[in-house]
Design a protein around this ligand. Sequence first.
Ligand SMILES: *[C@@H]1O[C@H](CO)[C@@H](O)[C@H](O)[C@H]1NC(C)=O
Ligand SMILES: *[C@@H]1O[C@H](CO)[C@@H](O)[C@H](O)[C@H]1NC(C)=O
Ligand SMILES: *[C@@H]1O[C@H](CO)[C@@H](O)[C@H](O)[C@H]1NC(C)=O
Ligand SMILES: *[C@@H]1O[C@H](CO)[C@@H](O)[C@H](O)[C@H]1NC(C)=O
Ligand SMILES: *[C@@H]1O[C@H](CO)[C@@H](O)[C@H](O)[C@H]1NC(C)=O
Ligand SMILES: *[C@@H]1O[C@H](CO)[C@@H](O)[C@H](O)[C@H]1NC(C)=O
Length: 383
Amino acid sequence: MPSFMHVLTLTLLSGFASAASVIPSFPGLSVNKLNLVEANMAKIATHSWELGTLAETLTELKAPSLSVFSPFDLPPPRHLDSKLNASISEVLDLVTKVIRAKSPDSPTFIDGDGAAADPASLGVAVLLTNWTRTNLSDTSFEVAASQQLNHLLTVVPRADNGAISHREDQVQLWADFIYMVPPYLAYYGALSTGNESIALLQEAYDQCRAYREILRDADANLWQHIVLGTGIQDYTHWGTGNAWAAAGMLRVLETIRHSKVSSKFEGQKANLTSWVNEIVEATWKHQQTNGTLLNVLDDPNSFADSSSTALLAASTFRLASITHDYTHVPAAVKAFQLIEDSLTEDGWLLNTVDPLTFNTPSQPGVYSPEGQAFTILSAVSMA
Ligand SMILES: *[C@@H]1O[C@H](CO)[C@@H](O)[C@H](O)[C@H]1NC(C)=O
Ligand SMILES: *[C@@H]1O[C@H](CO)[C@@H](O)[C@H](O)[C@H]1NC(C)=O
Ligand SMILES: *[C@@H]1O[C@H](CO)[C@@H](O)[C@H](O)[C@H]1NC(C)=O
Ligand SMILES: *[C@@H]1O[C@H](CO)[C@@H](O)[C@H](O)[C@H]1NC(C)=O
Ligand SMILES: *[C@@H]1O[C@H](CO)[C@@H](O)[C@H](O)[C@H]1NC(C)=O
Ligand SMILES: *[C@@H]1O[C@H](CO)[C@@H](O)[C@H](O)[C@H]1NC(C)=O
């Protein structure tokens, strides 16, 4: 991992001081503060995608060597030493609770309130729990994982270009899907062998490609939020939607890169990298002077949203650590400073969008589980 402090110093020394010199000091969150933010998230995460995002966030925060962003090859170790076992225990406990509560014939890990994609956000953690389990006669995790996979691949309806619907009852695409499903398909592939491995990694990539084909607006290089189908639609360039897309594609990219068959996917990895970069580059053009992004990225009448600001900063740090192109890091550092300043003493992120309406700020005293998670992801991505 490169140190972004080092990069900023170099930027300053090499004369490109204007962007970097407004940054008063290298920001960072103490471990205590991060633990508060995390405990708060765990308190308020209830929906399926919030639990899945919590599991991913806990992995990146507490057991980073088991995250796809670590430099280690996949699959992960089968046997966890006691230190690693303790670090990942909250994730394993969360998954165990979810799978114990699941009825054996349910095709999904958990109820998704009509969303086909959201339950799958728990999938990487379920696969990790299966892979590292000590009770080898307990097949419940792998049975659940295979039911969830088959449901996504063979039951959920698809758009004409092959995009698996975000919803169960009709074909409708949400940018959120990219964080919920492709990372799961890819991780399943990286833990499989032979043709299945290649087919699932390819499917993860194909879903990103198919979603981008439909959701991306070429003139803005940003993604719409919800299209096709009936009922709710949102054609805006929603900050959180673009953040889900960028962060999800990064997880797929890293899973492919650390898989045994990485060398068979050169073109796919290059495309994923450029698709993440496309969002990151378009995003920071709309950054406000205090570092924030707006809830609808390119709508000046929209309101400031710290949640999407945090996940887009996280994605910018992650991308830079892969490509070693640090162009957008100063913007993301400035955004991170705003996130740090938007945290209360007791670890709640202020000025978030209400993640259930998409288009209104959170009510005073109400906090966003996503905002809590994205704060942690931005901090661990910068480290
Ligand atoms: C791992 O941690 C769990 C608690 O989360 C504990 O029950 C189990 O015995 C530990 N396993 C090992 C191998 O240390
Ligand atoms: C579950 O874990 C076992 C190792 O204990 C592994 O052989 C199997 O492939 C895993 N299943 C999945 C779906 O990853
Ligand atoms: C291991 O899993 C099997 C199958 O679920 C179960 O019957 C058994 O009680 C478990 N063993 C332990 C030690 O938990
Ligand atoms: C894997 O794919 C190759 C090429 O398509 C095919 O020849 C082979 O039979 C497949 N193997 C398995 C185990 O499905
Ligand atoms: C990468 O994207 C380009 C441009 O859209 C496309 O022509 C190419 O087929 C893609 N590569 C792969 C491996 O999908
Ligand atoms: C940052 O600036 C935006 C306007 O560009 C404003 O709406 C928002 O309240 C500011 N945020 C903070 C934390 O001052």
